[in-house]
Design a protein around this ligand. Structure first.
Ligand code: ATP
Ligand code: MG
Length: 141
């Protein structure tokens, strides 16, 4: 299996809980490495572009309002099978349905405020990484 990159966001509710270290530890102990990282406030327009696939969904306005409500930690994670591995470490979208021990089970508050984002495919990962990082901000691991 080749080394892959995936895009991760630690969402505003998890940043507010002061659990960045705990979440990063879960990535690292499962074999993922940080290849790029920055704490940032996302603009409304960038957030709408990022979540464009959900534009017609009833929760879109709420989702964008939440994701721009406070700082987030943007990361590129690198490792074997990184896209799928990250999704497993995060757990199901709804924290109530997420497997015990996953990030969303531990730190998610609701379907909307579910602590983390992770790309759902290598194609999405490439699009999402390019939205938030310049090539020279990403290290080769
Ligand atoms: P993400 O893309 O954030 O990693 P996901 O891939 O598990 O999450 P998606 O279906 O892509 O889930 O939904 C994107 C985000 O939109 C979810 O993480 C969640 O915050 C929000 N969301 C999805 N469904 C709902 C819903 N029914 N009500 C409120 N918010 C929702
Ligand atoms: Mg998604």
């Amino acid at each position: 299996m080749a080394i892959e990159q995936t895009f991760s966001i630690i969402k505003p509710n998890a940043v507010k809980k002061n659990v960045l270290g705990n979440i990063v530890e879960q990535f690292e102990s499962n074999g993922l490495k940080i290849a790029a990282c920055k704490l940032s406030l996302i603009s409304k327009s960038k957030c709408e572009e990022f979540y464009a696939e959900h534009k017609a969904r009833p929760f879109f306005g709420e989702l964008v309002a939440f994701m721009t409500s406070g700082p987030v930690l943007l990361m590129v994670l690198s490792g074997e099978n990184a896209v799928l591995k990250n999704r497993e470490i995060m757990g199901a979208t709804d924290p109530k349905k997420a497997t015990v021990g996953t990030i969303r089970a531990k730190f998610g508050d609701s379907m909307g405020e579910n602590a983390v984002h992770g790309s759902d495919s290598p194609t999405s990962a490439a699009r999402e990484i390019a939205l938030f990082f310049e090539r020279n901000e990403i290290v080769n691991l």
